[in-house]
Design a protein around this ligand. Sequence first.
Ligand code: GLN
Length: 184
Amino acid sequence: MKVGVLAVQGAFAEMEAYWRAQGAETFEIRQRADVERGMDLLALPGGESTVQGKLINDLGMFEPLKERIRGGIHVFAACAGLILLAEKIDDPGRRDGTRPEKWFGVLPVAVRRNAYGRQLGSFTTVGTFDGKPNVPMTFIRAPAITAILSPEVETLSSFDGKPTSVRWRDITAFTWHPELNATA
Ligand code: GLN
């Protein structure tokens, strides 16, 4: 299996290591030409979604990436990656219109950025993921999924009454970091 890891900002090295540990071949997506390479899965790492979105735009990768995502390859997204995919973003820090209401807007969920208060800004808990118990889940300035916008979206894990990972068609997306505790 060949995995393309978006590598413009954030925890892309951890994401690559995660997939390599599972026997996949990985390559980094840093420029437009990389988006056209053959891949079975696109991995979107955690990081800062506003920075990632801006860089993807500046590097001319936005439309080609969106095409690939729509084209039915598998997508695996952590945290900022989930924010890039969400249909709706509730961003308390949005002030002057420099942050869009969505980036790719392909995944039918609404998310709120930095949804866990200061003390809970980063934490690890243990929960059930996709029917598997005792999976460690590390949240780092995580978003919350505040609404599911299609009955086709399957919730794979929850915390505090809210979904924390979902599957929809070929997309699996997490508010936490599966690549940091490689058991998911
Ligand atoms: N707070 C980040 C954002 O809004 C996401 C954090 C993460 O990816 N760990 O983009």
